[in-house]
Design a protein. Structure first.
Length: 159
């Protein structure tokens, strides 16, 4: 693994071991992931986002095996619990599944990809809105109150 620091950001270049997974495909032999320890986004979430982007882009197809927790942690230079949490989040999202003894594999179909991608985009929009509101001195409760009012004012009333 090679680490490169540019303007406070750390870039990791690492090679993954190629693995054949029951004829379903092999892991990509190399990857590039950008983790920023100074970012407010937790490292596990940065890993989730990076894996998700690779799934959506088609770099990681259904049936592809992800690196073991230990190997990914070593390659990324993070604690194994960080990778465990990222894999758990990906599993909760329905992006991966654990196959006892066969590791963690991508298990999302095209329809699920689109649905989850829309959800993640909406989450990012919300995070951006909350962050902008905070810079202006508003709390998340202020944002929620405003959204509730917007919903009330724009929802047609039944007669």
């Amino acid at each position: 693994m090679v680490a490169l620091r540019v303007q406070g950001r750390v870039f990791f270049w690492f090679e993954l071991h190629e693995v054949i997974v029951g004829g379903e495909g092999e892991a990509r032999s190399d990857d590039f992931i950008d983790l920023d320890a100074a970012d407010r986004v937790p490292l596990y979430r940065q890993i989730v986002d990076a894996v998700w982007e690779r799934v959506v882009s088609g770099d990681l197809e259904t049936g592809r095996r992800l690196p073991t927790v230990r190997q990914y942690a070593i390659d990324l230079g993070v604690h194994p619990n960080t990778v465990v949490r990222a894999y758990q989040e990906l599993e909760l999202l329905g992006v991966v599944e654990r196959r006892g003894g066969n590791g963690t594999v991508v298990s999302i179909g095209e329809a699920d990809k689109e649905r989850l991608d829309r959800g993640m985009r909406l989450e990012q929009i919300c995070q951006d809105a909350v962050e902008r509101a905070r810079t202006l001195g508003f709390s998340i409760d202020d944002v929620l109150d405003t959204l509730t009012e917007l919903r009330r004012s724009r929802t047609p009333r039944s007669q």
